[in-house]
Design a binder for this molecule. Structure first.
Ligand code: SF4
Length: 434
């Protein structure tokens, strides 16, 4: 995974799914696959997520499901992945895929011949028509070091039209602190190689709030990223997830985390500078030129349907009986490889009730510039109880009075200040629903 588990704001891919899932109670592994009760092709799912778990090294801040493969399991993984892709393909029948996102892990670590097999399977089992015209989006996360010219050409031929490049910083010192092992010179090289290969859109991930980082250093990182001329930037604040080496080092007193006020100031400056550079903030940590927003992530944030394949990948589909179904593949490669059925081994299956769906809609809605449909969420709250609706309206009014939310075109939308307090707003509104 390129990004950082930042400010409660996940980078693309499985971490997005996990954000949703972390607010759900943990469930036992279900006895039957949740797709079993959803007729294949019903409503045609339009978004596909593929999780590639391999990394060459575990970065110290990372809590995504990824591993250093010491047993050369790439070919076995692709065999298994292809069976799972064949297994889920019927649920995509009848509609062109709108978005594919390959995250990880480090998808660019997968060997080129194996990539060829995955791309061939996608072409033969899924409707890639919208992606071929550019109406649809096909993103692959790449590490600057492993995004070779050859790989990028193969990806482009297979329909990939967007890469997300994990730069994180251009300062070797900060990369060392994060235990990221790539040379910053490979970032512009990879962007250029993607362009030459014909991959139209590039995004770059940066991390701020690295221990010891000054405001001036962060400004330099942002300026260098702007200088690459990409149409999308993700700027994540470093966060300390419970079970990471970085958090353990902090607890041992090896470094002090950056002060909150300095981090907030970095965030404020970033939004203003990127706006001047033509990249508008469309989510707490994501900035894009008009029309260059990540459509796959917007699908998550809008609670649309997606199916994830690969270990730890999460899925969300609508249920013909009403409501929706969520689940996640078991986050263990050996379990995944050893699973005999075409559909993956599932854990954390859930049928979120109306209250939970509303809470999640509010949680993601206050993080995106488009906000949330106020009339719609109030109607959903009223369907739960009049008290819920009253509390929600009262909560939103308080946030408007604080200057964190604004009401525009019938939507509650975060203000510039509100983006800084998105997590607090989400907690307040979710608590109001009860
Ligand atoms: S490259 Fe680093 S941050 Fe990304 S998934 Fe691998 S270990 Fe995690």
């Amino acid at each position: 995974m390129n990004g950082s588990p930042a400010t409660g704001n996940p980078p693309p891919g499985v971490a997005d799914h996990n954000t949703v899932l972390t607010v759900l109670p943990q469930r036992e592994r279900p006895s039957a696959h949740p797709l079993g009760s959803v007729p294949a092709g019903w409503q045609g799912v339009r978004s596909l997520y593929i999780h590639v778990p391999f990394c060459s090294h575990k970065c110290h801040y990372c809590d995504f499901y990824s591993l250093v493969d010491t047993r050369d399991r790439q070919a076995g993984f692709v065999d298994r992945l292809i069976r799972e892709l064949e297994g889920v393909a019927p649920w995509f029948a009848g509609v062109p895929l709108q978005t594919i996102f390959v995250g990880g892990g480090t998808p660019s670590l997968l060997r080129v011949d194996l990539w060829g097999r995955v791309l061939g399977l996608l072409q033969s089992h899924f409707d890639m028509g919208a992606i071929a015209t550019g109406e649809g989006e096909f993103t692959v996360e790449c590490n600057p070091e492993t995004a070779s010219d050859e790989l990028l050409r193969v990806l482009a031929r297979g329909g990939v039209n967007r890469i997300s490049l994990g730069a994180q910083s251009f300062e070797a010192r900060h990369l060392r602190t994060l235990e990221r092992r790539h040379d910053p010179v490979n970032v512009p090289r990879a962007v250029e190689a993607a362009r030459k290969a014909g991959i139209a859109r590039q995004s770059v991930d940066l991390i701020f709030g690295v221990p010891g980082q000054t405001h001036a250093e962060w400004e330099r990182d942002v300026e260098r990223a702007i200088g690459l001329g990409t149409t999308h930037l993700s700027c994540y604040a470093l966060t300390y997830e419970p079970n990471t080496a970085m958090t353990a080092r902090m607890r041992r007193g090896e470094f002090e985390p950056i002060e909150e006020e300095i981090e907030a100031e970095m965030m404020r400056w970033t939004a203003s500078r990127l706006r001047d550079a033509g990249l508008a903030r469309y989510e707490v940590s994501n900035f894009a030129a008009p029309g260059a927003e990540c459509r796959h992530n917007l699908a998550y944030w809008r609670q649309e349907q997606w199916i994830g394949v690969g270990p730890s990948a999460a899925s969300h589909v609508l249920d013909p009986a009403g409501g929706s179904r969520r689940w996640r593949n078991v986050p263990r490669l050996d379990d995944y490889l050893g699973w005999a059925e075409p559909l993956g081994p599932v854990t954390d299956a859930e049928e979120p009730d109306a209250r939970r769906l509303l809470a999640e809609r509010l949680m993601t809605g206050v993080r995106v510039a488009e906000g949330v449909d106020a009339v719609g969420v109030l109607a959903e709250a009223r369907a739960i109880s009049d008290e819920s609706a009253e509390r929600l309206e009262g909560g939103a009014s308080r946030l408007v009075a604080l200057g964190w939310l604004e009401v525009a075109n019938g939507r509650w939308r975060p203000t510039d200040d509100g983006f800084l307090f998105a997590d607090r707003m989400a907690r307040e509104l979710m608590a109001a629903v009860g």
